[in-house]
Ligand binder design. Structure first.
Ligand code: IPE
Ligand code: IPE
Ligand code: MG
Length: 242
């Protein structure tokens, strides 16, 4: 199925990022606990990641758990972390068949040790493959990512390995969680909210945004195609004149 939908008139962006929002409302609408929405959302992620791989995208970055999401109830946070564990165990087992490499953005040091170990194993296994990669943002905040990068640069200066004047935009990008990955051309937010919620603050400098009221568990490949079509209709000027 790979490359099935290749059409030079409708190019696929290399890197799409999605804010996985609306799980809780999806569940509430059905009289279910919020956690049922997260379970449904994780199934949607599987489907969409596979679809992205099949249409020839290089990177899909998803916002799964923010540095602010710890404010939720212990029950909800542990349900989300439990689903992540389940997802990673499956992804590890099926990576050879699925060809979906994984990488993580965010400060994983605050996650339970078991999940950290699982993430490390997933990274190791991913290194054996090439092709499509999904970046999963866990305990991720754009500001936190920038502060961690700035701290790392300061540490290198203090150790005499760098000088302040060595810092360029490119050098700084290389210190972020997304080091080596091109900025997302398109950022999609399902769930109806028109905000960035601390997602990819640095990398989104020139991303195109696409918002939809569809709640994440209801998100489909057709919806993704609508977003890509909208993206292909935009005039990206990067501050210049077309
Ligand atoms: C997104 O869905 C998942 C996470 C933030 C972890 P929400 O849980 O925010 O769902 P809504 O926005 O309350 O519907
Ligand atoms: C953004 O969704 C974070 C993730 C999807 C992981 P939220 O539901 O946390 O964002 P706000 O609170 O509506 O801004
Ligand atoms: Mg939300």
């Amino acid at each position: 199925m790979a490359g099935d939908r290749f059409d030079p008139a409708r190019p696929v962006p290399r890197h799409v990022a999605i804010i996985l929002d609306g799980n809780g409302r999806w569940a509430q609408k059905r009289g279910l606990p919020r956690t049922a929405g997260h379970a449904a959302g994780s199934e949607t992620f599987r489907r969409i990641a596979t679809y992205c791989r099949d249409i020839g995208m290089d990177y899909l970055t998803v916002y799964a758990f923010s540095t602010e999401n710890w404010k939720r109830s212990v029950e909800e946070v542990s349900a989300i972390l439990g689903l992540l564990k389940k997802y990673l165990l499956e992804a590890l087992e099926k990576m050879e068949r699925d060809r979906i490499r994984l990488r993580f953005f965010g400060d994983l040091s605050r996650l339970p040790k078991e999940l950290q170990g699982l993430a490390a194993r997933t990274l190791e296994t991913s290194a054996r493959y090439d092709g499509f990669q999904a970046n999963v943002c866990l305990n991720y905040g754009g500001r936190d990512e920038i502060v961690r990068a700035a701290r790392e640069f300061a540490r290198r200066c203090a150790a005499g390995q760098s000088r302040p004047e060595d810092l360029t935009e490119n050098a700084f990008s290389g210190l972020l969680d997304s080091a080596g990955i091109p900025d997302p051309e398109l950022i999609i937010r399902p769930g109806g909210e028109l905000r960035q919620s601390n997602f990819l603050l640095w990398q989104a400098a020139y991303s195109e945004f696409y918002y939809t009221d569809v709640l994440w568990p209801d998100f489909t490949p057709a919806e993704l195609e609508r977003a890509i079509a909208a993206y292909n209709g935009r005039s990206r000027r990067f501050g210049g004149i077309p």
